[in-house]
Design a protein around this ligand. Structure first.
Ligand code: F6P
Length: 342
């Protein structure tokens, strides 16, 4: 078979590990040929390809980002986008496609698959918000980067008696904030799943100072105040209609300073969380996803996404993968509330 591979959406540590595993097993064991499409669906629409053989994937396991490039191009927003993809696949003699991406990339893969294109999906996102898989690769790396940052913030918070706020990514799911905040010993964690009460947040901060420790607040970029309690700004939309998040940390700092007359500073971790080398956990998960994805292609088991269930890699229908966002259950959040303000 001649198999196309693409990576779409925000980049994520572990993408190269998937590409490497797909090509190493696909070419080395099954004898398939590979073609890389540059920059996600953009390359698939424009027929912008890159050779992808075993030599091309040597040495990429520890590298962050993606050797294929990525984009947030949505072919359904481009006139004739889907026809262009079909033509590019035919022109390149592609029998099957491995699409590595998050909710948006897999959403496009789902529609392509419904239209009869042979596609297998691999879930990726630092946000860990895909419902059909226990974990996505990239998440563990992002959490470790955020945890290390929080560890470092503790010392300055204590030396200067400040409220230090770490704003982390995660879009509309609080997984990164929950895990990094728990691992880093944050005193308050704010997530999108539970709109926060600024009065309560200020109480936690004062209680923390009363015990002679400074305060670290971890806030997910998608966290919101309870309705009508604090004004927030909204950002621009991307090609998939998602609002560009970010800025809640600074709003929180301004509000805390105004209400408590204490110095509050924000550190926005931003793309640092997506950059650099993947952790061992993410390398292993990404490698296993890649190996199982090429097995699915080889078996002709299309319209499926590989997923982690406990310690097993399974195949699930695309529809299950993108049906709903996996958000933090409130009982998970309640577990860590015991550390707030104390
Ligand atoms: O989905 C991954 C992610 O990093 C989100 O956490 C974040 O909201 C978004 O992508 C940022 O996207 P971009 O890099 O395109 O601004």
């Amino acid at each position: 078979m001649r198999i196309g591979v693409l990576t779409g959406g925000g980049d994520c540590p572990g993408l190269n590990a998937v590409i490497r595993a797909v090509v190493r097993k696909g070419a080395g064991i099954y004898g398939h040929e590979f073609v890389g499409f540059r920059d996600g669906w953009r390359g698939a629409m424009e027929g912008d390809t890159v050779p992808l053989d075993i030599a091309a994937v040597r040495g990429i396991l520890p590298r962050g980002g993606t050797i294929l490039g990525s984009s947030r191009t949505n072919p359904y927003r481009v006139e004739g986008g889907m026809e262009a993809i079909r033509k590019a696949l035919a022109d390149n003699g592609i029998d099957a496609l491995v699409a590595i991406g998050g909710e948006d990339t897999l959403g496009v893969a789902t529609r392509l698959s419904e239209d009869g294109v042979n596609v297998v999906g691999v879930p990726k996102t630092i946000d860990n918000d895909l419902s059909a898989t226990d974990y996505t690769f990239g998440f563990d790396t992002a959490v470790n980067i955020a945890m290390e940052a929080i560890d470092r913030l503790h010392t300055t918070a204590e030396s200067h008696h400040r409220v230090l706020i770490a704003e982390v990514m995660g879009r509309h799911a609080g997984w990164i904030a929950l895990h990094a905040g728990t691992a880093g010993g944050a005193n308050v964690i704010l997530i999108p799943e539970r709109p926060f009460d600024i009065v309560k947040v200020c109480e936690y901060i004062e209680a923390r100072f009363a015990s002679h420790y400074a305060c670290i607040v971890v806030v997910a970029e998608g966290a919101l105040p309870a309705e009508g309690t604090m004004a927030v700004q909204t950002g621009a939309l991307d090609a998939f209609g998602h609002v560009r998040l970010g800025g809640i940390g600074q709003r929180l700092a301004d509000e805390i300073e105004a209400r408590l007359n204490r110095e509050a500073r924000v550190t926005v971790l931003g793309h640092l969380q997506r950059g650099g080398t993947p952790t061992a956990f993410d390398r292993v998960l990404a490698t296993r996803f890649g190996l199982h994805a090429i097995d699915a292609v080889h078996d002709g088991d299309f319209g499926k996404m590989v997923a982690l269930r406990a310690t097993d890699i399974v195949r699930v229908p695309f529809t299950a993968a993108t049906a709903e966002l996996k958000t933090v259950p409130l009982e998970r959040y309640a577990e860590v509330e015991v550390f707030f303000g104390v």
